[in-house]
Design a protein around this ligand. Sequence first.
Ligand SMILES: Cc1ncc(COP(=O)(O)O)c(C=O)c1O
Length: 405
Amino acid sequence: MTYISSRLAAVKPSASMAVSQAAKALSTKGIDVIDLGLGEPDFPTPAHITEAAYQAAKAGDTLYTAALGTLALRKAIVAKFSRENGLDYTTDEIIVSNGAKQIIFNALMATLEDGDEVILPTPYFVSYPEMAKLLGGKPVIAHCREEDGFRLTPEILDQAITPKTKWLFLNSPGNPSGAVYDETSLKALGAVLERHPHVLVLSDEIYEHIIFDGLEFISFAKACPQLKTRSLIVNGMSKAYAMTGWRVGYAAGPLPLIKAMATVQSQSITSVCSIAQAAGAAALEGSQEHIRTFRDAFQRRRDLVVKGINAIEGLSLRVPEGAFYAFINCAGLIGKQCPDGSVLSDDTAVTNYLLNEGHVAAVPGAAYGMSPYFRISTATSDEVLSEAIKRIAGAVARLKPAPKA
Ligand SMILES: Cc1ncc(COP(=O)(O)O)c(C=O)c1O
């Protein structure tokens, strides 16, 4: 007999965390491993943001805040949506949580009945299906194609919707694919959703500022204003402001949904850390100069990885339009023979091989619902990325053709 809840039976721990642990286990044996498993900016939080937190703590800004978040931060978020996205919200339509992840968790907690369906286009962020299952929902996987730029098409969406659909999740720029939805593609999805008024949309826009080649980001609610009252626009400080550890995420949405999410929050975490919220307000209201610096660095690294990976026989990488990952097609390696005689049967075997033979940690595409691929994070220095590509190329070169049946 186990005391662990049956709700957890089908829930997997984070695949990227598991990869990092495997990399650490090799490191403790003295092996020099390059861990490209976890994705977080490798820049420090800009100094003026840290300073604002310090000042807030010194000024006694150390008490519980409103469950929705401090008014100061919610005002800064309202101004951000207006300035950057051309969207009008009131402070009551904004909620602040411990990262975008908790926003998503609260939204599902506040809305899912047992068996409600959550449509997840592949490749999806690893936490989406696990959170849905944890809260009684049923992930419905919408299989997207690399030929379509890893984007959901209106036809695939239409087929995935049933009377039980509660949510469609969208993520642009996407983790792990880097795919960006332009206005036309969002409007085409919006046209399908207009015919299904029971479907809510969660648009995860956390990589909004990490977008390349001069592409313009557009929020789902801006592209499809007719759906704004059933859309939850999710964002946060983690990626654009290098604040993953501060745990500040936020969302804008219809009042009844935000109220319900605040109820969940008030009975669970009470509120986000008051000092982290002060830092979040300073981030949104202060200089945005660093965003360009981050973006330029991520674009340069993206270019380095695209060139390096596409030069390796058996691997291919569609150019990511945003975010800081490379989602690499490894179909050309499946069936090949390793030096120890084993055969690479799937992308998990490929990432195990790259870890043990090349000492590079990557996450198998299976974790994102799409095989055979693997993801590496490009949020590390150019030198480390170049060395990682050299190691991957070396490991791939040691593979032999598929053994004859
Ligand atoms: C698509 C996506 N959404 C949400 C998150 C989590 O963001 P936060 O740190 O704000 O919880 C991540 C982090 O990797 C992500 O890739």
